[in-house]
Design a protein around this ligand. Structure first.
Ligand code: CA
Length: 481
């Protein structure tokens, strides 16, 4: 999709009122108008409790259809509302990506007794003693759903580890013992082996588990007519499972079934190696770019803006980078808190929405606000989305030549009349840059569209213009028509 924009349509503090699917359905025409071309929806299946965001997954097949865990609906609504919402988004040519949590399960139905070895949290390959018996909540019978859609029942041997011993009421990392039991390879190397994250860690080496999850992937993609998935916590999952899972879903839905993975690492080599390991079957969120923007927002004028794209995924592997400013995990109060400061957010969104490379993802919290409090950024994001739609075409020429004022030109293309733009950001004083649009633009008058600079610029006979930007602000210049 040319100049596509994904929107993450949730934040961490949404009320547990079951209205998100209805809200999103009603919002479809507006999203289309804004320029949103795909929506990433939160985990839509039953979690361990109604108020959970969906990441403490209980039953992947319960999309708000069965009375389980004391509720039929999820935090976001019922299956019927979910399906109607997706139909409405499709009516408006907006793709839908479901958040898929396949690393772990929570909220088991019954306790089981089994052998484990407790391991060192900092060195998961190191046992802290001899094997012993614990009780874990690892049995899943799905009493409300029964065998509908799948008769697979989960037991302790479908997991590689669990985080709680119910017999002694103790937390820890307990590796399940038995034939062939081990942490998976092809996971992140942090803590020796980062297979285990939390709850009941799904054993992605178990053939029955793999078959069941592949089967679910095909089922849910068909059932909800999905266009793609956002894969949660993939640094904790066997990489070859992820590759085969996508093969399975694509065999059903076609090769253009979209996938982006959450691999939370700011190490570019790690991300690059992961892409190679999975045969580039999945895009990744550009976590290094997020951290560059976070750092730039914290350091203010001391940050050298020429480094803003340095060691990022969008610089190294541009075709596979999903660029984002913040998400539900980086926002204040979340597990990976690293929220980009407010003053820098418009600059950050300008960068990811105007530049040629990367598939930008807009965060609900930045557009609609957090905890019901209105976002101060909606207006500038609207302007930038509109600019992306109208002007952000053609090649990019960078002017990353000053520590506190950088910019680029988008040359425009023939398919989009009057397209092309000049983009600038400053993290210090107001600045100005002479940039060359080329002789064919000689004599044109250009104007600034975010409203920060009232003066116009007339290009000289070579197509040069002196484009300015306000202090700690952004500027987007386009041809006056
Ligand atoms: Ca895992």
């Amino acid at each position: 999709m040319e100049n596509g924009v994904m929107m993450q349509y949730f934040e961490w503090n949404l009320p547990n009122d079951g209205t998100l699917w209805k809200q999103l359905r009603a919002d479809a025409p507006h999203l289309r108008e804004m320029g949103v071309t795909a929506v990433w929806i939160p985990p839509a299946y039953k979690a361990d409790e109604q108020q959970d965001e969906g990441y403490a997954t209980y039953d992947l097949y319960d999309l708000g259809e069965f009375e389980q865990k004391g509720t039929t609906r999820t935090k976001y609504g019922t299956k019927d509302e979910l399906k109607k919402m997706i139909d409405e988004l499709h009516e408006h040519q907006i793709a839908v990506y479901l958040d898929a949590v396949l690393n772990h399960k929570a909220g088991g139905d019954f306790r089981e007794t089994f052998m484990v070895v407790e391991v060192d949290p900092d060195q998961r390959n190191k046992a802290l003693g001899e094997p012993y018996e614990i009780q874990g909540c690892t049995g899943y019978s799905f009493p409300g759903r029964g065998d509908k859609y799948s008769d697979f029942k989960w037991h302790y041997y479908h997991f590689s580890g669990t985080g709680f011993d119910d017999a002694r009421k103790r937390s820890g990392i307990f590796q399940v013992q038995g034939e062939g039991k081990a942490w998976s390879d092809g996971v992140d190397g942090e803590n020796g082996n980062y297979d285990f994250l939390l709850c009941n860690d799904i054993d992605l080496d178990h053939p029955d588990v793999v078959a069941e999850l592949n089967s679910w992937g095909k089922w849910v993609a068909n059932e909800l007519d999905l266009d793609g998935m956002r894969l949660d916590a993939i640094k904790h999952m066997k990489d070859q499972f992820v590759a085969r899972f996508l093969d399975a879903v694509r065999s059903e839905r076609g090769d253009d079934f979209y996938a982006v993975g959450e691999y939370w690492s700011r190490n570019l080599e790690t991300l690059d190696n992961y892409l190679k390991a999975v045969g580039h079957k999945v895009d990744l969120f550009d976590v290094p770019l997020h951290y560059n923007m976070f750092q730039a927002s914290q350091e203010g004028k001391d940050y050298d803006l020429r480094n803003i794209l340095r060691n990022t995924l969008v610089e190294r592997c541009r075709e596979f980078a999903v660029t984002f400013v913040d998400n539900h995990d980086s926002q204040h109060g979340s597990s990976l808190e690293s929220q980009v400061e407010d003053w820098f957010k418009p600059l950050a969104y300008g960068l990811i929405l105007m530049m040629k490379d990367g598939y930008p993802c807009l965060f609900y919290g930045d557009y609609y606000g957090i905890k019901g409090e209105k976002s101060p950024h909606a207006k500038i994001i609207d302007i930038l989305l509109n600019a992306r739609k109208k002007y952000a075409y053609g090649d990019q020429m960078d002017y990353f030549d000053h520590p506190s004022t950088i910019g680029f030109i988008r040359t425009g293309d023939e398919a989009h009349v009057h397209s092309g733009l000049v983009f600038l950001i400053s993290n210090d004083e107001a600045g100005s840059k002479t940039m060359c649009l080329g002789k064919e633009h000689a004599g044109e008058v250009w104007r600034e569209i975010t409203g920060s600079i009232p003066d116009e610029v007339t290009l000289d006979e070579e197509g040069n213009g002196a484009f300015s930007v306000d202090a700690r602000n952004l500027a987007v210049w386009v041809k006056k028509t």
